[in-house]
Design a protein around this ligand. Sequence first.
Ligand SMILES: Nc1cc(-c2ccc3ccn(Cc4ccc(CN5CCCCC5)cc4)c3c2)n[nH]1
Length: 228
Amino acid sequence: MSASLLGKASDKGLLSFGVHDLRDWTYDRHRTVDDTPYGGGPGMVMKPSPWGEALDDVLTPSARLVVPTPSGRPFTQAVAAEMAAGDHLVFACGRYEGIDSRVMRHYAPLVRVDEVSIGDYVLAGGEVAVLVMIEAISRLVPGVLGNFESVTDDSFAPGRMETLVEGPVFTKPRDWRGQAVPDVLMSGHHGRIARWRRDEAFRRTAALRPDLLARLDPAGLDKHDRKL
Ligand SMILES: Nc1cc(-c2ccc3ccn(Cc4ccc(CN5CCCCC5)cc4)c3c2)n[nH]1
């Protein structure tokens, strides 16, 4: 029995994973996957032919091809939720300076192709970006997370803001190094606790992520509070 989140999901038959080695689709002695860029420039570019052979074997008509790249569409919670609704995701992990652009163009008429960035910084390849996306997507698949609670409310539907706007959290002991847990959380008054958490969440978000605040639906948050 696996201990990991994804291992458990796999054991439960909620998700299945396959990892493929691009070099299995090379046919030269050196198993070449890269070459110099046309037009010059730094580094190497991944050849289109191994990718074409591999993706012809791995893709299915209902698959969605996800290609991490520094300049792609931002990967957000909403994109994660969109991808979690699908039944087959194929992630193409590039290296070097990226994959020959003709590969994405070739598959665009056949399957949904998304070139996606996980942030405005440059990694050495797509693998770590894919791990980030797999974790963010998998936790939104029903049954994968044990505590899938309170996100069923439509104002907190997965992919909305429920995991991006949160207040401070506390657990035992009640006093730690001279800091006490806020009294309201000990009151047992769920209405007051919900309101305090919402206010703290807004306060933290205003301070750290004012850009998110603009997109928040206060009505939704209020509605959520009333539900508690
Ligand atoms: N969010 C995020 C995703 C990635 C990511 C994802 C996948 C791959 C595959 C390779 N790399 C490395 C790399 C390095 C530099 C460039 C830019 N370079 C400029 C000059 C002309 C050619 C292109 C592109 C790719 C990747 C990087 N980084 N950050």
